[in-house]
Ligand binder design. Structure first.
Ligand SMILES: N[C@@H](CCC[C@H](N)C(=O)O)C(=O)O
Length: 308
């Protein structure tokens, strides 16, 4: 019988997730695969493929044209996360994906990484340093920043979001984590639960490269919040996917926006609860005075197989 998976026919894959954000992973160190959008879409299809929010190719930086450029500046990034959304589109960065990526490198014996050690990973949003922790991985996601309607960095809120289940359009801030995010604050958990995110939220002005949209509510019931750790609940509609159980870059953007809204006394450490679990986002001083976000959370491989 003919295979529908084209260039992936006979290729081994792994299936993994980080807090329910799930990925089809293919290890292709030499970069032999010519991946088409259609093949990626089919691999990620939940009915006719393996199923995943995204598709990750593990490739040596030297074997991907963009990776070679990156190696000139950062020769220590041996491995590159070639990331695609479930619809086949390329994305700059994936926070949950990069933890799964490193977990696969370790599991396949491609990298030795004891607890506390770090590895540098190339991505389309630059090189990320990933540390192995007791219960997963912590990623220095680099600096975050505001984006204005034209895609340039600026300060302030700039967008309006309409979504199914939202009674009136809400103001939002646009934030870059290397990929674009639009964060909307809601007052209560009930409003978050009422959202119907099977339909894509509308963002105005239209972001030039599309956007991931995060809806957040603070968790400040007595006994749950503390002055040292901020807590929020988040749902997300991902660009190129739809609603997902979690989004690592989205959690960082949501924490950055909430911390900005909360003012100067806001904590640096945030727990972000998502439908698939929880991750943490911690704001630290990075090199050259820029503020970086460190995303921490679990990574799991659940299955392996071969494309038929
Ligand atoms: N789920 C990811 C983000 C994946 C890319 C995103 N859909 C985009 O197009 O920017 C994460 O964990 O960060």
């Amino acid at each position: 019988m003919d295979s529908v998976f084209g260039e992936l026919t006979g290729v081994p894959f792994l299936k993994g997730h980080g807090t329910g954000n799930d990925f089809v992973v293919v290890v292709d160190p030499e970069g032999r695969l010519l991946l088409s959008d259609d093949t990626v879409r089919l691999a990620c299809d939940r009915h006719q493929g393996i199923g995943g929010d995204g598709f990750i190719r593990v490739i040596r930086s030297a074997n991907l044209p963009e990776g070679q450029e990156l190696l000139e500046h950062t020769p220590d990034a041996e491995w590159f996360m070639d990331y695609r959304n479930g619809d086949g589109s390329i994305a700059e960065m994936c926070g949950n994906g990069v933890r799964v990526f490193v977990h696969v490198l370790v599991g396949q014996g491609l990298v030795d990484l004891a607890h506390g050690e770090t590895v540098r990973i190339g991505t389309r949003a630059g090189v990320k340093t990933v540390a192995r922790t007791a219960d997963g991985y912590a990623v220095d996601m680099g600096p975050w920043g505001f984006i204005d309607g034209d895609g340039a960095r600026s300060r302030g809120s700039d967008a309006v979001v309409t979504a199914k289940g939202l009674r009136v359009p809400r103001p939002a801030v646009s934030i870059t984590m290397g990929n674009p995010h639009t964060v909307v604050a809601l007052a209560e958990g009930e409003k978050l639960d009422a959202l119907q995110l099977h339909a894509a939220p509308q963002v105005r002005p239209t972001p030039p490269d599309g956007t991931n949209v995060e809806f957040v509510v603070p968790i400040d019931e007595e006994g749950q919040g503390s002055e040292e750790i901020g807590r929020i609940r988040m749902r997300v509609h991902e660009r190129g996917v739809g609603e997902t159980q979690s989004c690592g870059t989205g959690a960082c953007a949501a924490a950055a926006a909430t911390r900005f809204w909360a003012g100067e006394s806001a904590p640096d450490e945030w727990v972000v609860e998502v439908p698939g679990g929880a991750v943490s986002a911690t704001f630290v001083e990075g090199p050259h005075g820029a503020e970086h976000v460190v995303l921490a959370g679990p990574a799991t491989v659940v299955a392996s197989g071969t494309f038929g």
